[in-house]
Write a protein that binds this ligand. Structure first.
Ligand SMILES: [Zn+2]
Length: 539
């Protein structure tokens, strides 16, 4: 769940205002816009060329601007529209950053949609099946929407629940108001966006047209994706809405959804780079230094104070489609060409975050077999009530490794071979406390042991308390980890057991001894969960 929670929030949000689609862009484009300086017309520039000599002296010429990647020394010439000469007549009309664009600018912006759509179609090979509708929206409309979401109780309740799980994993500080912080982020990160529900692109009336054009290249990629597959449905990967699915299906669907979001955003990112580089007759494959420069500047913007201050979990989850997603699509493009990287990925999408983070596994059709999820409610028995279930995919291991501060996250996440958690509340226990079962599979006993050590090391930080481990781990005799190992400790929230059995790892926190015994039997030794007369077996 960790990463998929954000996906759920963004996909429900997308119907009105997308966060995901816009997040990255505001990080970039507001910074780019505020720092963009007028280029000497016809001065050739290259991505490597430092643009420090160019100081803003005059109003920017729409359609002929040079943008810089802050702090990177990289600069790139904006796309020169066919109507550039026309629109440059409007340069005097340049509004204040937070004003409204003029009627003429709005017209220019509306017209640029078709021109950029043509670019996107050529770049992706995705056909233009029909015209894309366009709307101009105001800051007030966006604020009204964010405000409404603030008050959405259903949304808030779901997020509160997720926050408790994330806190248990140490991914959010205690008492962190995830709902409020998330909405603050949304308000900070608004940019032009495509709305698959109305099949229209929404343009912002307070940002100058040139600041919106590269964003349009990204958003119009979504429009063409949407004309190939209905994006709303496709990104849900078989789920109908936000409602919980049976565990086995949920396990598959969460990962597939995250992977698909990486495809749609990764493709749109590739097009964004190609659009930025087109005036120099370069593209994402021929200008790797530009890609790296933008990368380095991402998420490091003084224009995004809320984002900068956000916990690692939020930042990494939000950036993932634009970082790992971009690298994934770029790798497919480099290896298999345009058809495979655009239409092909929509037809044959990656199935999990492992395929995204390790694109070679997608190219080689390597799929990690799904774990079989036992009846977890039965296993926990009548003294507990189900709180939450979720998959723990390869990207979630990356998140944990980042949060737990290890130097080499790939040494952990690349060994992932499956995992899920089951959170429950003791019927007799406090309502703000959950018990956690986290089962994971690794590619070797040593990898399971490494993860166990990382997890154990961070435990005192999660509980803000000293943790005295009792360990029964035979030293490795041959350099590889022994087949079994366990750590146990007591905390204010009950007992913790971390037990490795071959390449499997079981972590139990806060469950009573009977549940721990059940879980070991079922998960390590293939026993059936005990049947209980009181068991409602509710999902
Ligand atoms: Zn997007």
């Amino acid at each position: 769940m960790p990463a998929s929670l954000l996906f759920r929030l963004t996909i429900t949000g997308r119907r009105k205002i997308t966060l995901a689609a816009t997040l990255f862009f505001l990080l970039l484009t507001t910074a780019l816009w505020s720092q963009s300086s007028p280029a000497q017309p016809q001065t050739p520039s290259s991505p490597q060329q430092p643009a420090t000599s160019q100081q803003p002296q005059s109003p920017q010429q729409p359609g002929d601007s040079q943008t810089q990647v802050p702090g990177s020394g990289a600069a790139v010439q904006d796309q020169q529209g066919s109507d550039a000469s026309q629109s440059s007549d409007q340069a005097q009309d340049q509004p204040e950053p937070e004003g409204h664009i003029t009627k003429q600018q709005a017209k220019d912006l509306f017209r640029s949609v078709d021109e950029i759509l043509g670019f996107v179609s050529g770049d992706t090979g995705l056909p233009i099946e029909h015209k894309v509708k366009r709307n101009l929206i105001t800051r007030a409309m966006v604020e009204k929407y964010v405000d409404k979401r603030m008050k959405d109780d259903k949304d808030e309740k779901r997020v509160e629940q997720a926050a408790l799980v994330l806190q248990k994993f140490g991914l959010l500080p205690a008492n962190y108001d995830l709902h409020a912080e998330f909405l603050k982020l949304m308000a900070e990160q608004v940019a032009a966006y495509y709305d698959p529900k109305t099949k229209s692109v929404n343009l912002l009336d307070w940002l100058p047209p040139d600041a919106q054009k590269p964003v349009l290249a990204h958003e119009l990629t979504h429009a063409l994706q949407d004309q190939q597959v209905p994006l709303d449905k496709w990104e849900l990967a078989g789920a109908k809405d936000d409602a919980a699915l049976p565990d086995q299906q949920e396990y598959f669907v969460e990962e597939a959804q995250s992977a698909r979001q990486c495809v749609t955003e990764g493709q749109a990112q590739v097009v964004w780079f190609d659009y930025m580089l087109a005036p120099q007759k370069k593209d994402i494959l021929t200008a790797p230094e530009f890609v790296e420069a933008v990368r380095a500047a991402m998420g490091d913007s003084k224009d995004s104070p809320v984002f900068s201050e956000a916990p690692v979990f939020l930042k990494e989850s939000l950036l993932m489609p634009y970082t790992f997603g971009l690298d994934f699509v770029r790798t497919v493009l480099a290896n298999k060409g345009k058809e495979a990287a655009f239409a092909g990925l929509l037809k044959d999408p990656p199935v999990d975050t492992r395929q995204i983070m390790q694109p070679e596994t997608y190219l080689l059709h390597q799929v990690v077999p799904q774990l079989t999820i036992p009846d977890l409610d039965k296993m926990a028995g009548p003294a507990y009530t189900r709180f939450d279930f979720g998959g723990m995919g390869e990207f979630d291991i990356y998140l944990l490794a980042k949060q737990y501060g290890v130097k080499d996250p790939p040494n952990y996440f690349r060994h992932w071979r499956g995992g899920y958690y089951y959170a429950a509340q003791a019927k007799s226990g406090p309502k703000d406390q959950i018990a956690m079962l986290y089962f994971s599979r690794w590619d070797s006993p040593q990898a399971a042991r490494d993860f166990a050590n990382m997890y154990a090391d961070y435990t005192p930080k999660r509980y803000k308390d000293k943790v005295q481990w009792t360990s029964t781990c035979p030293a490795a005799s041959n350099g590889s980890g022994a087949a079994t190992c366990s750590f146990a400790a007591s905390t204010k929230q009950g007992r913790i057991l971390i037990e490795q059995n071959d390449s499997d790892l079981l972590i139990m926190e806060g469950y009573d001894d009977a549940v721990v015994a059940n879980a070991r039997g079922v998960l390590f030794f293939g026993m059936s969960p005990p049947s209980s007369t009181k068991d409602k077996n509710s999902k």
